[in-house]
Design a protein around this ligand. Sequence first.
Ligand SMILES: Cc1cc2nc3c(=O)[nH]c(=O)nc-3n(C[C@H](O)[C@H](O)[C@H](O)COP(=O)(O)OP(=O)(O)OC[C@H]3O[C@@H](n4cnc5c(N)ncnc54)[C@H](O)[C@@H]3O)c2cc1C
Length: 401
Amino acid sequence: MRADLAVVGGGVVGMSCAWAAAEAGMSVALVDPSPGSGASGVAAGMLAPATESQFTEAELSKANVASLAMWPLFAERLERRSRSEVGLRTEGTLVVAAGPPDRPVVEQARTFLAETGFAVIRLSSRELRAMEPSLSSAAGAFAVPGDLQVDNRALLSALQAALAESGVVTVRSKVAALEWRDGAVVGATTLGGTSVEAATVLLAAGAWSTGIGQLPAPLPLRPVKGHILRLEGDPAKPLLSHTVRAVVSGRACYLVPRADGSVVVGATMEDRGFDGRLMAGAVGDLLEDARTLVPALGETALAEASVGFRPGSPDNAPLVGRWHADGLLVACGHHRNGILLAPLTADAILATLEGSEPPPAAAAFDPSRPAVAAVRRKVASPPPSPVAGAGRNTDREMSVG
Ligand SMILES: Cc1cc2nc3c(=O)[nH]c(=O)nc-3n(C[C@H](O)[C@H](O)[C@H](O)COP(=O)(O)OP(=O)(O)OC[C@H]3O[C@@H](n4cnc5c(N)ncnc54)[C@H](O)[C@@H]3O)c2cc1C
């Protein structure tokens, strides 16, 4: 098989890039044994540059904001192409301190976001109750009206449908290695020995990108494990309408409501390599915090508990662009914000494929930036296992402040 572009990996990033290239008239093959089965399938789907904003990640934050601005049009085009809905929601985020000890963290976050230029609105207890009657009383809260959210699973189904409509060929196999000729990458070989030849190979296999054979240079990525839950709900009587991000006794927790009444509860952040085990402590803590915030969630069914692996990079920004060889591009390392950053990533890859400059907003994605080069030099001689030592790691996915 031969194509203009071979995309290795069919998560939100690989599929968004494949779709953009196909819509621009290129022939595209996407190789993945099970598209949508990686981090993209377990994610919460928050499109939240504000509440993901960190003091140390100013450049990444600009990219997050720029990609958020692209989302409404991206969703509209995708829905039209796929003839399906992606569940983009615009109610925004509420940030809540569950108890008095949590108030300083939330207040600090509000000040930081306001100073950074995000729209934030302080809420009284009465205003919070009016917006979300199911929430327990809180010690402090503010609203972030600009954050969006999308149903990540509906999004992945829509992307698969759009790929088929746009003529992308999906090869359901695992890629073993890159193929080389005369010093350039010219394709990818599957585990079964099938060769997919292409003028350009785009490596977009999330946290698994490091395991592809014959890379010209090691990719400095690590899997960041996340536990996440899905609680059933009644679409006629949804418990929440906004995304709620909270601090509960010092632990971060988020609740993301879906159109079917279900609520996504997340998420842990753990450096434990590819340890896919569901840990009782992590699930128990998430349930406890969810019930503290919305007691009625204790009456719902636990539909799913799952684990995903965020592709973490040295500075938490993705690597998008040429990777040390002619014919090879990468789009990986999107860590906590791969769903949010999919439209901007696809734009940056399309620009590179067409020989133009990537959008300025994607400056943080440059794979030759110093933060990546420094760690790449170190991973060339492998370090000891990055797996954390014994004990629970209760870090949570909440970045405000
Ligand atoms: C618990 C959790 C919550 C999250 N919440 C959010 C959120 O609210 N908002 C947000 O923006 N982001 C969120 N993220 C982050 C987001 O999910 C990731 O950044 C994003 O999904 C990365 O997408 P990807 O396409 O790079 O990788 P993945 O989705 O992991 O896809 C990689 C694909 O590569 C394929 N693959 C692997 N090896 C091979 C191979 N050898 N050959 C071919 N294919 C291969 C896999 O089958 C998979 O389909 C969350 C992540 C987790 C874990």
